[in-house]
Write a protein that binds this ligand. Structure first.
Ligand SMILES: NC(=O)c1ccc[n+]([C@@H]2O[C@H](COP(=O)([O-])OP(=O)(O)OC[C@H]3O[C@@H](n4cnc5c(N)ncnc54)[C@H](O)[C@@H]3O)[C@@H](O)[C@H]2O)c1
Length: 337
């Protein structure tokens, strides 16, 4: 098996600090360099974003660079961890794969489906691995729900309600929907992607949304239509003042409530309740980095979060945006777009 993987991170803002703070405890991957076009960022030992504070992300013994070109010239590495604003994901992921690096890229995969398709094509052409850091696929609580569903432990899933609310993020690019895609693509996509990973691409979506702060869809409620009986709804917002997320799954024999990454409550129809707590591997950012590095070492494809699947999540989100703008149900034909 390959040696320790050497990672370089580009975009040392809020999420860059979250990722950087996960590397010191990794077993098989080491952060060797960080790159940001704003050198002031290298002075910040922690970052605070809408969902909370990163861990300690000090750059002791880590090389710093002011541009991607300097980074590539200055140090040897195997994988690029992209924590850049959304509109730059495709450009840098494609450059990096063409330059021979494996790419772990923050969500959303790209600003458009066409960009996501190009990323997948270049990954195939170059043989470089590509994985999108859809963190809740790596959260123990969400994974638990997926497992219960797959094993049909409590019977059929009848209804799923997802919710993710916060304030408008601080950095300016978020306020430009051409760059961020608004709350719909930036925040709500987490739940769109989870629904996709659980149930696949819906047959249609209906979204009601509002513009308030950015000109993008800042607050929305979506319904997803699947063949069969499952009723699926999801709400996302940058207008709700503080961070709050939840997931409630109503199965025939029990209701599961995701409290956070570390706890799920189970309310059974026989009136017994159970709290399931996870105390190991609870940091989804840590988990996604470890998983991707392991795929590189073992020369396997990242099946837990395949690019084709995260690309479909961008496609669903685009349909949600179309629905919100046209006030109509939008169909998602299977097969070719
Ligand atoms: N998974 C999650 O829970 C989660 C949470 C927040 C943000 N994100 C995602 O992380 C990504 C980054 O968001 P953020 O909040 O950290 O943004 P940010 O604005 O805080 O950080 C982006 C950084 O990139 C740097 N940068 C911009 N262009 C650059 C370039 N060409 N070369 C080098 N550096 C450059 C900026 O100086 C900045 O420091 C986004 O895609 C966002 O959606 C994910």
């Amino acid at each position: 098996m390959a040696k320790e993987i050497r990672a370089a991170l580009i975009g040392y803002g809020g999420m860059g600090h979250f990722h950087a703070s996960c590397y010191p405890k990794q077993q098989h991957v080491k952060l060797v360099a960080v790159c940001d076009c704003n050198p002031e960022k290298f002075k910040e030992k922690k970052a605070e974003i809408n969902l909370g504070e990163s861990g300690d992300s000090s750059l002791k013994d880590i090389a710093t660079f002011g541009s991607y070109e300097e980074l590539c010239r200055g140090i040897r590495f195997d994988m690029l961890d992209i924590c850049l604003p959304c509109h730059l994901h495709a450009e840098y992921a494609i450059r990096a794969m063409r330059d021979g690096y494996h790419v772990l890229c923050e969500k959303p995969m790209a600003r458009t489906v066409a960009q996501a398709d190009r990323m997948i094509r270049v990954s195939r052409e170059t043989g470089r691995k590509l994985m999108i850091a859809q963190c809740i696929r790596f959260s123990p609580a969400y994974r638990f729900l997926k497992e219960i569903h797959a094993k049909k432990k409590y019977g059929q899933l009848l209804r799923l309600d997802m919710r993710r609310n916060s304030t408008l993020p601080k950095t300016s690019w978020y306020r430009d929907p051409a760059k961020s895609g608004g709350a719909l693509l930036d925040l709500h996509l987490h739940d769109t992607d989870f629904i996709n990973s659980l149930l696949g691409v819906p047959e249609a979506v209906y979204t009601q949304g509002i513009e308030r702060d950015t000109g993008g869809i800042d607050d929305l409620m979506s319904s997803y239509y699947f063949a069969g009986e499952t009723v699926v709804n999801s709400e996302g917002s940058w207008c709700k003042g503080k961070w709050f997320c939840s997931g409630i799954a109503v199965f025939r024999k029990a209701t599961l409530e995701i409290i956070n990454d570390t706890q799920v409550n189970i309310y059974r129809t026989d009136r017994k309740t159970e709290e399931v707590r996870f105390d190991k591997d609870t940091n989804p950012y840590f988990n996604e980095i470890a998983y991707f590095a392991d795929c590189i070492r073992k020369k396997t494809e990242p099946e837990q979060c395949m690019p084709k699947s995260t690309r479909d999540s961008i496609r669903i989100a685009a349909a949600e945006e179309r629905s919100a703008r046209t006030k109509r149900k939008v169909r998602l034909p299977h097969g070719r777009d």
